[in-house]
Write a protein that binds this ligand. Sequence first.
Ligand SMILES: [Zn+2]
Length: 435
Amino acid sequence: MSATQWAEDAAATIMERCDRLAELTSMDGGIERVYLSPEMARAYELVGGWMKDAGLAVSIDPAGNLRGRAEGNQPSLPALVLGSHLDSVPDAGKYDGILGVITALSVAEHLVKSGATASLPFAIEVVGFGDEEGARFGATLLGSYALGGGWNDEWLDLTDANGVTMRQAFTDFGLDPDRVAEAAHSVEDAIGYLEFHIEQGPILEQKDRALSSVSSIAAASRYMVTIHGLSSHIATPYDLRHDALTAAANIIAGVDEISRSAGTRANVGEISAEPGGVNVIAGKATFSLDLRAGTDELRDETFARIWAMADRVCAEYGVTMERTCIHTADSAQCDPFLRSCIEQGIEQAEGKEAFGLISYPGHDGMAVAGLLPIAMLYVRCKGGISHSPLESVREDDVAYGAEAFERAILNVADRLHERAERQPLTADIVLGMGA
Ligand SMILES: [Zn+2]
């Protein structure tokens, strides 16, 4: 089965537009575009222009997100939000986030120009979030938290690497830092959130498939773990040592074993030891630990096993452990109704049975899920590689993806039509559809 002609044409445009956006960067020889930066303003000008050409009403919201809106079968209906992010990590690829915004834009354009929006029982809103990665201020998902009603004014005091506060950055971007929370949707003016995104993992490639839905965005928690021992001369006999680094190494090996057997994903990406002498037993070792799991329960059970193992190792090595949680996010389950509309869209576009994957990377949808029902469409990326200049997607996959995404929106409309004739749609009605 091949994608329809409009989707093939759209995919060519989408690939070209991702190339154009890659040129809006603050980094020599690479891609870097962060929240509230001059590069982001240029990206908004470019993408905002494409939105206008598509027939969307364009605005930059109080949180510094780019929004384009097409009305449905009457003005001022609640919106189905189609979002992803336009910011990037340092030395990024061209597609993480960007592909989702640009594909949503092409789909919205086709819905407008084919006249389909005139019969939709909701408006369409394409959102390019200004911050998902957190590369500038450390805190992540800032744009999507604002849209989802989870904005926290304390973030305004965070500073970037140059000492610029977020408050100042808002002012420099032409926005009022005291009005960011006004970017929030409500369950009366939006009905749900759909996101198109590259997989950032290898499963679709392994299964030889272009597309999948997402069942949930994984729960994640991050800790900094410090092992306190006693530094001493290499001559110290083993039974008298309090070797913090060897204990840490054993704990890290234990984390790997436990996480593999639990079906979760763990990573220790940073480690340091003090005092750091080749002939000195380390008195202190500090490492990071990030763990992701499909459900909150599985994350919590796995951490319980990890800490019990770590306590045994500490006892064996005569050291103590101190741990600080530096980030925690509960899993976001995708809404069964919206997910089924996406899976039906995949089957209509690809002619193959659809399935769902757990998303281990975090996404904007997590920050919106507190307010609105969410669902995601994943598209295969080469080797599962992301957050790297090597990020790559196939144009024919993008064509299938655009087609499936449009069909998903039309499926939502078809299945809500009768309800919409009786009463105005709300997010609660959509939530009730899957129950
Ligand atoms: Zn992303």
